[in-house]
Design a protein around this ligand. Structure first.
Ligand code: NAG
Length: 247
């Protein structure tokens, strides 16, 4: 529970539209005094400043009013959910899945996009969308490789569905240079980009991709011990592959 001052601008910093909390009297009654979205935004921003201090993670500046009158706040790599009661006390009630915040402040949920690409391209092992504070999104992808277990990254030899993409290509290193592989991944990304159930608007689309020379794993540091993708760590780790996509 975090007490905070209600004041001004987080919502506008987030590039959102200022809708008025007072427009939701039933929510106001249920969740607290009818503050404006902007006031709630600032309150939430302040709350997150404290939260992020504790968690030692960098902070972001946005929140969304939600169906149930809860609002969402986003941290880089993690996000918290909360509501404000009649005393102006903000409660952290849970965590949301990761969100990417583009250079224009747009909120993008990467997981459904990544999942859709993997579903369309079963020869891929991992897909990580990159776009935090960037002009557009790109994807870092890994291929199904022998010995890759999540715990361990495996080697260069392809396995399973990855051997079917181009039957003469047997290794990750060869696939990285192979036009058939490029086309295979491109097709899955294009199809995902044009699926409006997944990509809500143009901000969600992936413009470019790159294949990593090995799979992600706990051992190599892309995953936590519970197999959660460490997005910012992974982005930093594979900077030399990712950055050229933006040049
Ligand atoms: C990769 O595949 C080749 C050809 O099947 C095999 O000779 C080699 O031992 C494999 N490498 C590893 C590390 O398993």
């Amino acid at each position: 529970m975090i007490r905070c001052i209600v004041a001004a601008t987080a919502f506008l910093m987030a590039g959102g539209e200022a809708s008025d909390w007072a427009a939701y009297p039933e929510r106001a009654g249920k969740y607290g005094t009818p503050y404006t979205a902007r006031q709630l935004g600032q309150a939430w921003f302040n709350a997150l400043m404290l939260l992020s201090d504790t968690d030692r993670c960098s902070l972001v500046l946005t929140f969304l009013l939600q169906e149930k009158g809860l609002f969402r706040a986003l941290l880089v790599g993690k996000s918290a959910e909360g509501c404000m009661d009649t005393n102006g006390v903000v409660r952290i009630t849970g965590r949301y899945k990761e969100l990417i915040i583009g250079a224009g402040g747009e909120n993008i949920a990467p997981v459904p996009v990544e999942d859709k690409i993997k579903q369309l391209a079963p020869a891929l092992s991992n897909v990580m969308m990159v776009g935090d504070n960037r002009r557009f999104n790109v994807a870092l992808v890994t291929l199904l490789a022998e010995g890759a277990t999540g715990e361990l990254p495996g080697g260069d030899n392809l396995t399973g569905a990855a051997l079917e993409v181009n039957p003469v290509v047997k290794t990750v290193s060869a696939a990285m240079k192979d036009p058939a592989w490029q086309k295979y991944i491109e097709k899955a990304i294009e199809e995902t980009n044009s699926d409006t159930n997944v990509c809500q608007n143009n901000n969600w689309k992936i413009q470019k991709f790159v294949i990593a020379p090995r799979d992600f794993s706990v051992q190599t540091g892309e995953f936590t011990p519970t197999m959660k993708l460490k997005r910012s760590v992974t982005e930093e780790m594979w900077k030399e592959l990712i950055d050229p996509l933006y040049s």
